[in-house]
Design a protein around this ligand. Structure first.
Ligand SMILES: *[C@@H]1O[C@H](CO)[C@@H](O)[C@H](O)[C@H]1NC(C)=O
Length: 223
């Protein structure tokens, strides 16, 4: 209460002292003082609990007035519905698609407003939006989290085929590249020897040729 009074007085003082442009800027900064982060995409498997993360940063101290709301809209379209509400304590929805399937996994003191969805179903594909209000911080971005639920372990035939075809070909390409690299190195060594031959004594030259032999023996014609 005292703080709010002081802020009010400060605000009036600013109003007198600051030109309009600066006031506008101050307003914008104030509007962005609550920042929310959520993962843009979350994959889940049918029947396996999934965490929908949401974290927030507020420039105001966190009080019991803090509100968290999670809304949901199916990917196939349709109206938005509120699926979770938090104020001091969690209020899971008592009706609708996610009835008794969403639990609180957050901790507002740590800026965490995450929830968990129990036993996701294929038809749960959709967009979740985490919204936090920490008066007087109420304006913020609305990051969306797309939830995609798939069946675990059932590889589609297309995926299976690509694994069967692409994995061996990638292996062959890698092996070829390695061999080519070795050959290039061998050729380079040869080049060096040829250059050395003209300027440096014979013993050095022989060493080089031995090297070359090594490359030939172990690199290419390996025993
Ligand atoms: C949900 O999304 C996943 C991944 O895109 C898809 O495999 C699944 O069929 C979708 N479910 C429905 C009901 O459309």
């Amino acid at each position: 209460m005292r703080r709010r009074g002081a802020a009010g007085a400060g605000g009036r003082l600013l109003l007198l002292l600051l030109p309009r442009g600066a006031l506008l800027l101050l307003g914008v900064c104030n509007a962005l003082s609550l920042e929310i982060k959520a993962s843009p995409k979350v994959r889940a498997f049918v029947g396996e609990q999934v965490l929908l993360k949401c974290s927030f940063k507020s420039s105001s101290p966190i009080t019991e007035n803090l509100l968290v709301d999670w809304t949901y809209r199916p990917l196939t379209g349709g109206p938005m519905e509120r699926v979770f509400h938090y104020q001091s304590i969690p209020y899971p929805t008592a009706a609708g698609r996610f009835k008794d399937r969403i639990s609180w996994a957050g901790n507002v003191a740590n800026g965490d407003a995450s929830i968990a969805v129990q036993s996701p179903e294929l038809s749960d594909n959709g967009t979740f939006i985490c919204s936090v209000k920490n008066p007087p911080d109420v304006y913020h971005n609305l990051p969306q989290t797309v939830l995609l639920v798939t069946e675990r372990g059932k590889l589609s035939s297309a995926a299976l085929l690509s694994i069967l075809v692409f994995a061996p070909s990638i292996l062959v390409v890698v092996l070829l590249l390695v061999r080519m690299g070795r050959k290039f190195r061998a050729v380079k060594e040869k080049g060096k020897c040829g250059y050395k031959k003209s300027s440096i004594e014979v013993s050095d030259d022989r060493m080089c040729c031995m090297c070359e032999l090594c490359v030939l023996h172990f690199g290419v014609k390996s025993p």
